[in-house]
Design a protein around this ligand. Structure first.
Ligand SMILES: O=C(O)[C@H](O)COP(=O)(O)O
Length: 237
């Protein structure tokens, strides 16, 4: 065994899969900001700290983020003061939507806000951008590679709405079919266990999804993540 299994198990390790905290994707004049540069708002920072408190008693061995500022900032806040180094894991970078100006305004709602619901159509792309199947293959391969690495029992991975949904949809055996149903609110935690034998996943367990320590009962959380992120695009020229 190349890792110490969770207490009482033979070959089980745990991934805390998290989405970054709240980000402002539009500036004060309603124009989109470069998503590669978008950072956490004050609310997003508080959400990340709340997740850190919830994880306080968990003996994490590793902490990873996709590498974009919003995931790095979230990871650093969530493990602040614990002496853990946050690693970049670019295999978990977000699925990219196409350019909104190339999509007629009347088609944008279906393409962006509800685009994940059409992911199973052959060759489907996210609003003319990345192909869902290709990104799912990339993020699943990145997770399987992590699960084959020795030396850790519990790991925190801070990624994105789309990435997390792609992993959850795969983990529950639905392929791309559950992409639209798995909400991922800001700073949400998902708890996934994997039984790993000779570096290969032999069992996948979904223990919790979309847990938001900043409000366990989802107070004020009414929009979907995609409605919140993309609705402002519907009115832009
Ligand atoms: O799917 C989405 O909502 C967008 O790609 C943005 O995702 P993120 O806010 O989790 O990075």
């Amino acid at each position: 065994m190349s890792f110490t299994p969770l207490e009482g198990t033979l070959r089980r390790r745990r991934v805390y899969l998290m989405r970054h905290g709240k980000v402002a994707y539009f500036d004060g004049s309603g124009q989109p900001v470069n998503p590669k540069l978008a950072g956490l708002t004050e609310e997003g920072r508080a959400q990340a700290r709340a997740a850190g408190e919830a994880l306080g008693a968990v003996p994490l061995d590793r902490v990873l983020c996709s590498g974009l500022p919003r995931t790095r900032q979230t990871a650093e806040l969530a493990v602040e003061g614990r002496g853990l180094v946050v690693e970049d894991a670019p295999g978990f970078l977000e699925i990219r939507a196409g350019r909104f100006r190339l999509i007629p305004r009347e088609e944008r709602e279906a393409a962006y806000v509800y685009g994940f619901e059409a992911a199973t159509a052959p060759g489907a792309r996210f609003a003319g951008g990345d192909a869902f199947a290709e990104v799912q293959a990339r993020v699943v391969a990145a997770l399987e590679a992590l699960l084959a690495e020795p030396g850790w029992t519990r790991l925190l991975l801070v990624a994105h709405d789309g990435v997390n949904r792609l992993l959850l949809s795969w983990a529950c055996g639905a392929g791309l079919g559950a992409l639209g149903a798995f909400e991922q609110d800001f700073a949400a935690l998902n708890v996934l266990d994997f039984d790993v034998e000779d570096g290969r996943v032999v069992r996948t367990l979904i223990r919790a999804t979309n847990v938001t320590p900043w409000s366990l009962v989802k107070a004020g959380c009414h929009d979907t993540s995609l409605e919140e992120v993309f609705r402002p695009l519907l009115v832009l020229e």
